[in-house]
Design a protein around this ligand. Structure first.
Ligand SMILES: [Zn+2]
Length: 280
């Protein structure tokens, strides 16, 4: 019997031994073993625009600091040494599916992720997926079976419907493995991202969103509510509205706490959305 997950919630969590702070769902880990965490800028060793917990490479930070920040994160979450899969994010809808936790399987997944992907589905324990953000929307989807997906969705990714695709694929994976395929039973967590007031865009983009996801996701002709659009697309794919939780935090409004591409003028670090399931 797979468990019924507790309704999702995102609470401020802090690791006792570290200064690391972020958002997670402790009850979820108790129910199905899956740990999820959205980081903030706090707790790392990077400086300046990357201060302090920058998890993104290729953004101009010292690679040694990025490496140390990732190590600090994994240790703080009790997952030191766990294999980590991080995609080269390309604002598309490609997913990498990890069903093989042995070294060759991990290596193949890392190669596929490096080739470009915006979602990682993990079907095995003791493998972590980490994606990076600075205004774009982090989405973590967790099945009652303990399989999960971590997704990166900027406005292009929302339009490409990468998150509902991940939800469908996750349910399909559960079915393939002999479990119930139940998108309505999955928990969806939407992490800190740019709010509708801060996300000014072209009228063509706003019009496209209204046409695809409904007028409710376009407060006016130049602004888009990415979270509303995402939620609409996920519900169409079978998600239960009461199983979609949001951090309710804007990266640009709170640029002291989060990295924001728009607030920084383009030079900044990246926060992370990470998930893993521990064996046993
Ligand atoms: Zn804002």
């Amino acid at each position: 019997m797979q468990p019924v997950l507790p309704l999702p919630r995102l609470d401020a969590l802090r690791s006792g031994a570290h200064r690391l702070s972020g958002l997670g769902d402790a009850a979820l880990a108790d129910a199905c073993g899956v740990h999820i965490f959205f980081t903030t800028r706090e707790g790392g060793v990077s400086e300046g625009a990357y201060g302090t917990l920058n998890l993104g490479s290729h953004v101009g930070d010292d690679p040694a600091c990025v490496q140390e920040n990732r190590r600090i994160l994994m240790e703080a979450l009790g997952a030191a040494g766990m294999p980590l899969v991080m995609p080269n994010q390309v604002h598309g809808d490609a997913l990498v599916v990890i069903c093989d936790g042995d070294p060759a399987g991990i290596e193949a997944a890392q190669a596929a992720a490096a080739a470009g992907a915006d979602g990682i589905l993990v079907g095995v324990p003791d493998v972590a997926a980490l994606l990076c953000f600075a205004d774009c929307v982090p989405v973590v989807i967790v099945s009652p079976t303990g399989r999960f997906a971590v997704v990166h969705a900027g406005w292009r990714g929302v339009m490409a419907e990468v998150a509902p695709r991940a939800l469908r694929e996750l349910a399909a994976l559960d079915g393939l493995e002999g479990d119930a395929a139940d998108p309505a039973g999955c928990n969806v967590y939407i992490g800190p991202h740019i709010c509708p007031s801060c996300f000014q865009t072209g009228e063509d983009v706003a019009t496209g969103f209204a046409g695809r996801f409904g007028a409710g996701c376009v407060p006016d002709a130049r602004h888009v509510d990415l979270q509303a659009a995402l939620a609409a697309s996920l519900v169409r794919a079978g998600a239960s509205p009461d199983r979609i939780a949001s951090a309710g935090a804007c990266t640009r409004c709170q640029s002291e706490r989060f990295f924001s591409y728009r607030a920084s003028g383009g030079v900044c670090g990246r926060q992370g959305a990470i998930a893993f399931r521990k064996a046993g």
